[in-house]
Write a protein that binds this ligand. Structure first.
Ligand SMILES: Nc1ncnc2c1ncn2[C@@H]1O[C@H](COP(=O)(O)OP(=O)(O)O)[C@@H](O)[C@H]1O
Ligand SMILES: [Mg+2]
Length: 515
């Protein structure tokens, strides 16, 4: 052991020998040459430590592995905008590694390496960067390779007691209800989606408790829907209703970049005690760093995966994917990516599917069962522009979309779902033939009503010319009224179809008399 353990003094000395201030290129080159040599010696000595760690008893292994094998010290050479440039660590670190920057006011600020430029590492901080200056020491704790893989990107120790709690993206409680109980699954925040070929298929349809969605965007267990809406159109209210009323075991709600006031409003008014009791909330408000906002989405996904792997039916609600993409944009631009579509660097659209793909059915477990993450991702369509790049990308990845329209909200019909613009790609496969017939009739009726409603309003509509139009004029307003649903009302999928059938049949009788 004595012969094989890493020489910590030597490792620490790597960082101590920083290039002198007032650098010149030859200084750098000599400096990095030296590091390169020491790095090789270091990794050779590491190989001896691995078997030692393996020999530690199973109980002690996690604890032993979290002990850093050595600490490397680099130095801040540049701070600009949101990014910090660090010298002295590039040979040892990789993108995604966490480092601790010692600020001039004595704080230890966690930062993540997001890019490298030549031999300098570019990092972004999880906290405000005030207090970080050129020359500040930066510490990187080196762990055994397996543990290091876990540390990069981070893990959450999720367990059952998280249900009913509000946490930040690092898994720290935000609700003043005391610490979270330790133990449970080690969930990687940046996990990979299950292998496509090993994944279960979509399950049976899931009761969302919302009439308009149950009928027109019928959703199956493990399906992923987008909720497209401008601000103030009723997104948060609808998300709260979904969390309360959906027939699921647990709801995981991620609030990314909301204003602080909105978070409390959401928890108390939209979700309510009944909703909170079966939910885990992950919150990063708009004033938190871009990394924190990004992690709010990843952490929620990791928590949902934990419950899914226990065979549970999980509902994941993310408000909003747009803010997640905006956080990625900030990170991308700070690390030197080039802005493309509306300022979003291309990396954003490569990262987005990797997040969204993680929702869905889990791996088939023994006995043929699988947990599911049924997900609703909200997308902000500012200026009600449905072709905004994030909206476009999300629409292409998901299995359906629900569009909330400002005009409908203004007319007082909530939830303001535009039936004609919304669709679920798993329908009609999950409904009976009669149900599909009902849905088709209702869609057709709403489409005709859309065409003639202005004429009716102006008093220019003359009945008797077209039977379909006449029926739409009779039934359109009734159908719209039927789709209205109060905030605290729940309607099951069976009742939704029964109500629609009754409404349409009533008019069939009317037609028979009329003919
Ligand atoms: N189902 C509903 N019933 C009645 N009013 C609603 C309903 N949904 C939304 N609203 C109204 O719309 C307003 C804005 O809703 P909110 O969910 O905060 O929108 P967003 O999250 O899109 O900004 C609410 O204050 C409320 O008055
Ligand atoms: Mg809102």
């Amino acid at each position: 052991m004595r012969e094989t353990a890493p020489d910590r003094t030597m490792v620490t000395s790597v960082g101590r020998e920083l290039p002198p201030t007032g650098f010149s290129m030859p200084d750098f080159e000599a400096f990095f040459q030296k590091i390169r040599h020491q790095r090789e010696t270091f990794f050779t000595s590491l190989q001896g430590v691995e078997p030692v760690l393996k020999g530690v008893s199973k109980v002690l292994q996690p604890a032993a592995a979290t002990v850093a094998l050595g600490h490397l010290e680099g130095r801040v050479v540049d701070v600009s905008g949101l990014s910090v440039t660090i010298a002295g660590l590039c040979e040892f670190t990789a993108v995604g590694d966490h480092v601790a920057i010692h600020s001039v006011d004595g704080r230890q600020i966690t930062a993540e390496i997001v890019a490298f430029k030549r031999e300098l590492a570019i990092a972004m901080s999880y906290e405000p960067i005030a207090g970080i200056g050129a020359g500040c020491p930066v510490i990187f704790s080196l762990h055994a390779p397996k543990q290091r893989q876990r540390q990069a990107g981070g893990v959450l120790e999720v367990n059952e007691s998280w249900i009913g709690r509000v946490v930040d993206p690092m898994g720290q409680p935000l609700d003043g209800q005391g610490p979270l109980l330790p133990g449970g699954g080690m969930q990687r925040r940046h996990a990979q989606p299950p292998l496509a070929t090993k994944r279960a298929r979509l399950g049976g349809r899931i009761d969302l408790g919302i009439k308009a969605m149950n009928l027109f965007t019928t959703c199956r267990q493990g399906q992923r829907l987008g909720l497209f809406a401008g601000s103030g159109v009723g997104k948060s209210t609808l998300m709260g209703m979904l969390a309360r009323e959906t027939a699921c075991d647990v709801a995981v709600i991620s609030l990314v970049g909301e204003r602080g006031r909105e978070v409390r409003d959401f928890i108390e008014d939209d979700l309510g005690p009944a909703g909170l009791a079966k939910s885990v909330l992950v919150v990063a408000t708009s004033d938190s760093s871009a990394l924190m906002r990004r992690e709010a989405a990843y952490s929620a996904m990791a928590i949902a995966e934990y419950y899914r792997d226990q065979g549970k039916s999980v509902l994941l609600l993310m408000d909003s994917v747009t803010r997640f993409c905006q956080a990625l944009r900030e990170i991308g631009l700070s690390s030197g990516e080039v802005p493309a579509t509306r300022g979003y660097p291309p990396g954003v659209f490569a990262t987005l599917p990797r997040l969204l793909e993680r929702a869905g059915p889990g791996k088939v477990q023994k006995g043929g069962k699988a947990g599911q993450i049924t997900a609703v991702f909200s997308v902000l369509v500012e200026g009600d522009d449905q072709n905004e790049p994030v909206a476009d990308a999300v629409r292409g990845i998901l299995d359906g979309h629900v569009v909330l329209e400002r005009e409908i909200a203004e007319a007082g019909r909530y939830p303001a779902i535009s039936v004609l613009q919304s669709l679920s790609r798993s329908v009609p496969g999950c409904n009976s033939a009669e149900e599909n017939e009902l849905v088709m009739q209702a869609r057709h009726l709403l489409a005709v009503w859309e065409d003639v409603r202005d004429l009716v309003r102006l008093g220019a509509y003359k009945p008797g010319g077209d039977r379909a139009a006449d029926r739409a004029v009779r039934l359109g307003p009734q159908l719209e009224k039927f789709l209205t649903q109060a905030k605290n009302e729940a309607v099951t999928i069976e009742d939704s179809f029964a109500g629609l059938a009754q409404l349409l049949e009533q008019d069939d009788e009317h037609e028979d008399n009329w003919v």
